[in-house]
Design a protein around this ligand. Sequence first.
Ligand code: PNS
Length: 166
Amino acid sequence: MTQKAIYPGTYDPFTNGHLDVLERALNIFSEVVVVIAENSQKKTLFSFEERFTMISKVVQDYSSVSVEVLHDGLLADYARQQGARAIVRGVRQVKDFEYEFQMSLLNRHLYPEVTTVFLMPNVKYTYVASSIIREVAMLGGDVSKFVHPYVLDMLHRKLDESKHKK
Ligand code: PNS
């Protein structure tokens, strides 16, 4: 039986921490769909299209991974339509848990058959968050240890774009 999971997030940008969690999910599920979704609390640096291109490139060698964009609507409805019974979320620190707990129970309320699975990344990624990567990169810092070279290139291009706008 195919065990399909969805792995949603804002992914602005996709980091090596995200990739680490994805690889752990692939040890459990036969198919994982990375779903780029909107978090109403966040304004993104990269467009949906850019994030789709970026993640597709990073996961191109993983045959059991696909990438989708959820432009609007509920993740729970999307999971139901996809026949996914599991939602994968990475947790790095205790502070992540309150929000994750709330989201997971709400998703279960909306789609009772879905189970959220929390996975911890390698300890070396516990302090890696997209927001901090974005900030450091946009201020010219070296984030090459934390993102795929293609993502790094996209961050550098954004930095150039923003310099030209000034
Ligand atoms: O990477 P993030 O920002 O922590 O991911 C949060 C995300 C995008 C998974 C969450 O905001 C989400 O599920 N958005 C889709 C809309 C939705 O279903 N919202 C209600 C969640 S209970």
